[in-house]
Design a protein around this ligand. Structure first.
Ligand code: NDP
Ligand code: MG
Length: 388
């Protein structure tokens, strides 16, 4: 019997996850057909990808970019902006959302609404929109699989566990964290770190936003909220353990004392391939461990005093509603301000904390409300940045 070909839409194709997804697709040309693409500012890279994979539908951010793509790729259908992302996210069997930040929201909601498989790298949209995603899930079955390596590990370790009644057999989820480039620094030493230091991740090569988030441990905080939203498990059943080698990608501890873990060398192409292939495993090996050389795995608790982002995220998770959306939006503003040399590294998390202090607890039940929350948090965070 001929293998059926799955169509794939890749949003954020020009980024770190985007280009690694292309690597996976190149290795399995008979199983997948790339039918839709989007990028941001790197339009020439986007055109090159569309050409290589002969993609009929391309999304860009501006009308000017649309003209460039239409000229370079005659006959290709070009869509623009958020409305374009909505079209793309409904156009394929599998939607890989590798956009960075809240800009990924439209694609996340559209793919779920259209009943497509959502292979989700864009954690910010799930963190912010968790109550809305819950609404969709209550109405119909959805196919949401996480590319984020920790959550992909947990997805694998939960295979066979009964999801009903909130995973009763699961005691806790254990998210591993590399600890980032500043793992061994004290709070006093952290006052003097530079942008170049913060952009040097010890184990993963990623886009700038998540690299900075990893240096503050806000990435792990967002991942706690992401795990709570994905698996329907409260934040107080989720723990973080620092594991500097990034070999154990996360773990699930069951009520009988057994802990399951997923291991590989760090390579995002493994979780990407897992999400594309499910329920099959693709026959392309990424990060396999030989076990012929000595391998040391160490674990330690996170330094919560030096990295307050973690407790801030737990606090937002306990508040629920729009609090995670506020946390994530304020963090985007603070990280951007840091990358633009407007604030120091040690200001990033205080900006988020001070923004959350203003959080008004207004409900979050619609997309329109979410957009208002996002704007309010950004406005307050920007004001705090300007005052620093
Ligand atoms: P990058 O910055 O490398 O790539 C982001 C992609 O999104 C690019 O294609 C960019 O376009 C596009 N983009 C940027 N802004 C917008 C916008 N406003 N509208 C539409 N598209 C936009 O990020 P990463 O690949 O590192 O991360 C992507 C997501 O995956 C993030 O949510 C991150 O947290 C998550 N993730 C990433 C991991 C990694 O290893 N990189 C690991 C786990 C999760 P362009 O470059 O053309 O401007
Ligand atoms: Mg991760």
């Amino acid at each position: 019997m001929a293998e059926s070909v799955r169509s794939v839409a890749l949003l954020g194709a020009t980024g770190s996850i985007g280009t690694q997804t292309l690597d996976v697709l190149r290795r399995s040309p008979h199983q997948f057909k790339l039918v839709a693409l989007s990028g941001g500012t790197r339009t020439q890279e986007l055109v090159a990808i569309a050409r290589e994979f002969n993609v009929p539908l391309v999304g860009v951010l501006t009308d000017a970019d649309a003209k460039v793509v239409a000229t370079e790729l005659p006959g290709v259908n070009v869509v623009v902006g958020d409305a374009g992302l909505d079209v793309l996210a409904r156009s394929a069997d599998v939607v890989v959302n590798a956009v960075v930040g809240f800009a990924g929201l439209t694609a996340t909601l559209a793919a779920l609404d259209a009943g497509k498989r959502l292979a989700l790298a864009n954690k910010e949209s799930l963190v912010a929109a968790a109550p809305l995603v819950d609404q969709v899930r209550a109405q119909r079955s959805t196919d949401l699989v996480p590319i984020d390596s920790e959550h992909c590990a947990i997805h694998q370790c939960l295979a066979g566990a009964d999801a009903t009644a909130g995973y009763r057999s699961v005691k806790r989820l254990l998210l591993t964290a590399s600890g980032g480039p500043f793992r061994t620094k004290s709070a006093a030493e952290l006052r003097h770190v530079t942008k170049a230091d913060a952009l040097q991740h010890p184990t993963w090569a990623m886009g700038p936003k998540i690299t900075i988030d990893s240096s503050t441990l806000m990435n792990k905080g967002l991942e706690v909220l992401e795990a709570a939203a994905l698996f329907g498990i409260g934040v107080d059943r989720i723990d973080v353990v620092v594991h500097p080698q990034s070999i154990v990608h996360s773990m699930v501890e069951y009520v009988d004392g057994s802990t399951l873990a997923q291991l590989s060398h760090p390579d995002m192409r493994l979780p990407i391939a897992y999400c594309l292939g499910l329920p099959e495993r693709l026959d392309q090996s990424w990060g396999a461990i030989s076990f012929t050389d000595a391998l040391t795995l160490t674990f330690e608790p996170p330094n919560r005093e030096a990295f307050p982002a973690l407790d801030l995220a737990y606090e937002a998770g306990r508040l629920g509603g729009a609090a995670p959306a506020w946390l994530s939006a304020a963090n985007e503003v603070a990280v951007e301000a840091f990358l633009q040399d407007q604030i120091a590294w040690s200001d990033i998390v205080p900006v988020v904390a001070r923004t959350l202090d203003v959080f008004d607890g207004e409900p979050l039940t619609t997309v329109e409300e979410l957009r208002v929350h996002d704007q309010n948090s950004r406005r307050i965070a920007a004001k705090i940045v300007a005052e620093l």
